[in-house]
Design a protein around this ligand. Structure first.
Ligand code: IDC
Length: 458
């Protein structure tokens, strides 16, 4: 009898009966879709979708999503059979790419047309299962009030001179800036970002994407993908992500205008539905007038707004984002001729050992009239190196706390520089949490950032 049962079981397996009877009910399903706009021109755009199967292997897939604006149309596509009915787009895997193993990705794409706005698609689903970035269509952490900074504060906006949360109350975000992604990408991984969220209790990750110095201009698609993946990593931990178009040399942001338009059209479309994204359009304009910076801002901001109408945008200021002070000017030139856009803030940067009382006086005065965001500062000199100036750093951070001005410290890396938070070689290991991986700057800033936030919730 036992032998007969065994024989029947073997036969059933051989015939695939077990596979038919069992797994359908328990099959794991899940997917992630990364949407990128590779280019945009008047009335048209090229988009890519990278679909990752997070569930059981698939032998045949259908991706569906919604194009939110009535004027958006798929004109032609590749690596799938594309069709559109009303606002719903359907892409069916082809003979060559219909099998998707667990964890495998497929890239497809299309040329689209639009009339007014070109917002990112919503409601991606693979074989009917919502692509939430995790298995079984569950919602990733960081959405909903789960006690994280994004969970509590939700989508941000500028109110008066402050950054305000979903309850229209002023908040201060405190966090860290990456070093240049082209040099220190290895420092941004699950362990280091967990440490930033859990141990540092940071609210914010600034993603510093240099344009020159082997940055974006050498590989626009690769850097765009890396930025997007860090936006997702931040979101998964309930952190805000500040997308920094890190212009530095040359100092005139207009030099990079076309790159800026392409980059921001892409990241804004891809991330429009997220609550955690803030855009910083020019790190540190230098050697250039306020009029030229304003002209740049007024060309880039509409590109962002077309795709992501309500995110906060930070505009760099004259003299390495010193509100003009490092060029012998001050905030009055901005007050006299502000950027013509809503929901924006102005960047102020300082390096504590170089920039002291006269800069603090300017910030104290300007803060009552302009929305300011310290999107970068250092504890050392403006070279990014040298000794930590504890006294000046403390005076600065006390002032920013008092004025509720958000800040990001340069930098969360193991660069051999005084400004780095980690000792050299930390990023070749997996410990980002213990005290002995921190530099003097890292220890000081961690002690400031990790204190309770006290975000208003009504
Ligand atoms: C510095 C880096 C350094 C790099 C240099 C040139 O720390 O490793 O070689 O840039 O790209 C800024 C800039 C920021 C600078 C930083 C320190 O935004 O890119 O990083 N700094 O010099 N403004 C003032 C200081």
């Amino acid at each position: 009898m036992r032998r007969l049962m065994a024989l029947l079981a073997a036969l059933a397996t051989a015939l695939g009966l077990v596979a038919l009877a069992g797994p359908a009910a328990t099959a794991a399903a899940g997917c992630r879709v990364e949407y990128t706009v590779a280019g945009q021109w008047p009335g048209g755009f090229q988009a890519g979708v990278r679909i990752t199967n997070l569930g059981d292997p698939l032998n045949g897939w259908t991706l569906t999503f919604t194009l939110p604006d009535a004027g958006q149309k798929v004109v032609q596509g590749w690596n799938a059979t594309w069709s559109q009915s009303g606002s719903t787009v359907t892409a069916v895997g082809t003979e060559g790419n219909r099998s998707l193993a667990t964890g495998a990705s497929v890239d497809a794409g299309f040329i689209g047309a639009f009339t007014d706005a070109n917002p990112a698609p919503t409601g991606f689903a693979l074989n009917g299962v919502a692509c939430t970035g995790s298995a079984d269509g569950t919602t990733p952490p960081g959405t909903g009030d789960d006690g994280t900074p994004v969970g509590i504060n939700g989508r941000l906006h500028v109110c008066g001179v402050h950054l305000c949360n979903q309850y229209d109350r002023p908040i201060q975000l405190r966090g860290m800036s990456t070093h240049g992604l082209q040099w220190f990408s290895q420092c941004y991984n699950d362990a280091s970002l967990d440490a930033l969220a859990r141990d540092w209790k940071a609210d914010l990750l600034r993603i510093a994407m240099y344009v020159q110095e082997d940055g974006y201009e050498t590989d626009p698609e690769g850097f765009t993908r890396r930025v997007n993946s860090l936006v997702d990593e931040a979101e998964a931990r309930g952190l805000y992500a500040l997308i920094d178009f890190h212009t530095l040399t040359p100092g005139d942001p207009n030099y990079n205008l076309e790159h800026a338009k392409t980059f921001f059209a892409s990241v804004a479309a891809r991330n429009a539905a997220k609550d955690n994204v803030i855009y910083e359009i020019a790190n540190e304009p230098n050697g250039v007038s306020w009029a030229a910076i304003k002209q740049y801002a007024e060309q880039v901001i509409p590109v962002i707004r077309a795709a992501d109408p309500d995110a906060v945008v930070i505009v760099g200021t004259r003299g390495w984002s010193s509100l003009g002070v490092s060029d012998g000017s001050d905030e009055s030139e901005i007050l006299a001729d502000p950027v013509n856009a809503d929901n924006i803030m102005y960047a102020f940067h300082f390096y504590a050992a170089s920039h002291k009382d006269n800069y603090r006086t300017t910030v104290s005065r300007a803060a009552s009239q302009l929305p300011l965001f310290v999107s970068e500062f250092g504890t050392v000199t403006a070279t990014g190196d040298g000794e930590v100036d504890r006294e000046s750093t403390t005076a600065w951070l006390n002032l920013l706390d008092q004025l509720k001005i958000s800040y990001a410290d340069w930098n969360y890396s193991d660069a051999p520089e005084g400004a780095a938070a980690f000792k050299p070689d930390t990023c070749s290991g997996s410990d980002y949490s213990s005290d002995n991986v921190l530099t003097e700057s890292g220890a000081l800033i961690k002690s400031r950032i990790s204190t309770p936030d006290d975000f208003p919730t009504s």
